[in-house]
Write a protein that binds this ligand. Structure first.
Ligand code: ZN
Length: 150
């Protein structure tokens, strides 16, 4: 299976039945994200305990790519430290946009996130894929704000 076929399969699968979807009781961090270009909106709930992501969930409405990205992201974040979460953000940003630092010796394993490299072929979709991550960045900054990818 090629990476682009895998990409389509993951997007389809996760957008149809997103993981970790719904409100999270006892969340310690919360942020709203909005991608006006596409109309994607999401709220990210994060429960951090001793600097580790104990639980993470999201709610919202968006296109297949923004939903799938949030679904895969929340799956991968569980059990990660705040530091690891930030490193994953940087790695994902680089994967989808080429911005920031490229993979180095101590880069995190992107695992299933690799398939989102496919959005590079669709520049307008990068904002959709990044929305959940931008919102995570905002949630980790501990600011209850609305981020916009515009
Ligand atoms: Zn979108």
């Amino acid at each position: 299976m090629s990476l682009s076929e895998l990409y389509q399969e993951v997007i389809l699968h996760h957008s149809k039945s997103p993981r970790n979807f719904g409100p999270l009781e006892g969340a310690t961090h919360l942020a709203h994200g909005h991608n006006p270009l596409c109309g994607d909106k999401l709220t990210l709930y994060l429960s951090l305990q001793d600097g580790v992501v104990h639980d993470v969930k999201f709610e919202g409405e968006g296109c297949a790519i923004s939903t799938a990205s949030a679904s895969v992201m929340t799956d991968i974040l569980k059990g990660k430290s705040e530091l690891e979460a930030r490193a994953l953000f940087q790695a994902f940003l680089h994967l989808t946009t080429g911005e920031g630092e490229g993979p180095g010796a101590d880069s995190p394993d992107l695992g299933k996130l690799q398939v989102f490299a496919g959005v590079r072929e669709f520049p307008v979709r990068v904002k959709c894929a990044m929305l959940a991550w931008r919102t995570l960045e905002s949630a980790l900054a501990d600011a209850e704000t609305t981020v916009s990818t515009e």
